[in-house]
Design a protein around this ligand. Structure first.
Ligand code: AP5
Length: 209
């Protein structure tokens, strides 16, 4: 299975990917996680991306496209992959389409997780991530165990101000990829305004239908 998870910031893409990749035995590729790792390592790509990310702006297409197209060529993607956070612009969607057509493989599904804008800020601002396990928590909706609280990370772009920019960018830059996949007949819409387990079941249902 080769698929994409699309949705606004805080929609639950990372949370859902973590639950789904094991059942589908596919590789989870998060462009945001890859960029954050590059920032942490201080690579040339990371230094370039850092300023954009902190403010909630998109990293330029030419930087992200190369990074993801290289990643999906790796052996662990041969059995399939779940892209989370890519593509995020129409040029990114077109570049992915071209690259996959060239190697003769197809996307099976694009799942759009829909969550009202009014809920996104609270979800993102309350998020905490565990750098040791990669697990995503929420102070209110999915509280972390007390004994790991000290090591949890609050993302630099999870401020109310940056989230507003990210939501605006989602509507102006990312939402236009939805009709691109709708025309191909592979877009599946899922209501993400429910408990995480319920959303997982909804995604599994549309993927299996
Ligand atoms: P990225 O890391 O991709 O961030 P994002 O798309 O903004 O998405 P998030 O990670 O914020 O949210 P999510 O949907 O994964 O939600 P999560 O599951 O964590 O990108 C970050 C930045 O990198 C971008 O702004 C940009 O600068 C750059 N970038 C990345 N890709 C790029 C690209 N392709 N092109 C250009 N630039 C790029 O959940 C959020 C919170 O809600 C958590 O606390 C979780 O516990 C909670 N939660 C989840 N589900 C539920 C639920 N059902 N009910 C209640 N709470 C829930």
């Amino acid at each position: 299975m080769r698929m994409i998870l699309v949705g606004p910031p805080g929609a639950g893409k990372g949370t859902q990917a973590a639950s789904l990749v094991d059942s589908y035995r596919i590789t989870h590729i998060s462009s945001g996680d890859m960029l954050r790792a590059a920032v942490k390592e201080g690579t040339k790509l990371g230094n370039e991306a850092d300023g954009y990310m902190k403010g909630g702006k998109l990293v330029p297409d030419e930087v992200v496209i190369g990074m993801i197209l290289e990643r999906i060529k790796k052996p662990d993607c041969e059995q399939g992959f779940m892209l989370d956070g890519f593509p995020r612009t129409r040029p990114q969607a077109e570049a992915l389409d071209k690259a996959m057509t060239e190697v003769g493989v197809k996307l099976d599904a694009v799942v759009l997780i829909e969550v009202p804008d009014a809920m996104l800020e609270e979800r993102a601002v309350g998020r905490r991530s565990d750098p040791e396990t990669g697990k995503i928590y929420h102070l209110k909706y999915n509280p972390p165990p007390k004994d790991i609280e000290g090591r949890l990370v609050h993302r630099k772009d999870d401020t109310a101000e940056a989230v507003k920019t990210r939501v605006t960018k989602y509507h102006s830059e990312t939402a236009p990829i939805v009709p691109f996949y709708e025309e191909k007949g592979i877009l599946k819409r899922v209501d993400g305004n429910a408990k995480p387990d319920e959303v997982t079941q909804r995604i599994a249902a549309v993927l299996n239908s």
